[in-house]
Design a protein around this ligand. Structure first.
Ligand SMILES: [Zn+2]
Length: 325
């Protein structure tokens, strides 16, 4: 996948040096978030029953051929964090990359095979079927957190098609990613060590940044795929700066961080387009419609940033370990 073998080897060998030690308050935040992810007994039971039924139907055939291509092999995987078994589907790595550029695992609220809807599950590359590498298991845990969010209804499950919908759900996606990253990186800081080598951005801020960046990627991928009209996207970009501080406060994140992101919006838009173009070169044209390019140019005019300066927070580099979009 996108993780280079070099990075993988280095991480596996621990060449990156001693791992980050989360602070007591970061551990507390992790515990607080985990407490909110506990499944009520009836929700857990229903999921288990649905997963078992689904597995029983499709394990008879061994593999289910999807009409859009990509065979899925269903199985369960045990998770040490939640002490539960979860439904997963192994798929062809190339097909997975096409579905979600830059990922090597992703949680989805459902897949449909014919008329049968699955419970939330995780799509994984076939090559990871027997993988128990700590870095990969930590990604798997991250995705399982999304499964809990789907079951609890705390993560949006569909992309909105309008500005108003996105303005609301962008914060929902950001919160969900922040939660998954914060728990993942407190428990296993490998990714934090690899991306933020000197830990100069505090862990909580790093996770908020990743959550926000990943939500922005969703918006632009939706536009590139024609699921969000260009006019709606521009309305969203114009409305976002005013919405960011209160939106961040609403999801329990620092509103000053929201304000800093608002001030740096054009920079984030440009960075997001660059990241996505690298991950999915085929989308290069679709990611840069004229209207969006004109918007970016207008933002670059003197005075367009209303004299505000970004406060030293850079868009995050894409991590060497990628997870779902
Ligand atoms: Zn995630």
């Amino acid at each position: 996948m996108h993780q280079s073998s070099k990075t993988r080897d280095r991480m596996g060998a621990g060449v990156l040096g001693p791992s980050y030690q989360p602070t007591p308050s970061e551990k507390e935040e992790c515990a607080r978030l985990l407490a909110g992810l506990r499944l009520p007994a009836d929700v857990g039971r229903r999921y288990r029953r649905d997963a078992d039924e689904y597995l029983a139907i499709f394990s008879q055939a061994g593999k289910a051929r999807r009409p859009s291509g990509g065979a899925l092999k269903f199985a369960t995987r045990r998770c040490a964090l939640f002490r539960r078994d979860y439904l997963v589907a192994y798929a062809d790595a190339a097909w997975l990359l096409e579905k979600a550029p830059g990922t090597n695992a992703f949680a989805t609220p459902a897949v449909w095979l014919g008329p049968i809807e699955s419970p939330p599950l995780i799509l994984l590359p076939q090559t990871k079927e027997h993988c128990h590498d700590p870095a990969f298991l930590s990604i798997l845990e991250h995705e399982l957190i999304h499964v809990h969010q789907f079951l609890l209804g705390t993560c949006p499950t569909a992309e909105p098609a309008t500005t108003a919908g996105w303005l609301k759900d962008l914060f929902g996606f950001t919160r969900a990613e922040y939660e998954a990253d914060m728990i993942q990186l407190v428990r296993c800081p490998l990714l934090y060590d690899a991306v933020c080598r000197n830990h100069e951005v505090p862990l909580q801020q790093f996770c908020a940044l990743r959550g926000y960046a990943s939500s922005m990627e969703k918006v632009f991928l939706a536009m590139a795929a024609g699921r969000l009209a260009q006019g709606e996207l521009l309305k969203l970009l114009d409305g976002l700066p005013a919405a960011l501080p209160a939106g961040f406060r609403h999801i329990g994140l620092d509103e000053h961080l929201g304000l800093a992101f608002a001030r740096a919006l054009p920079r984030y838009v440009a960075a997001t387009l660059e990241v996505l173009t690298k991950l999915a070169p085929g989308l290069s044209q679709a990611l840069r419609p004229n209207a969006l390019m004109s918007w970016l140019e207008a933002q670059a005019q003197p005075g367009a940033d209303r004299g505000l300066r970004p406060e030293g927070i850079s868009p995050p580099a894409r991590s060497p370990i990628q997870q779902e979009a």
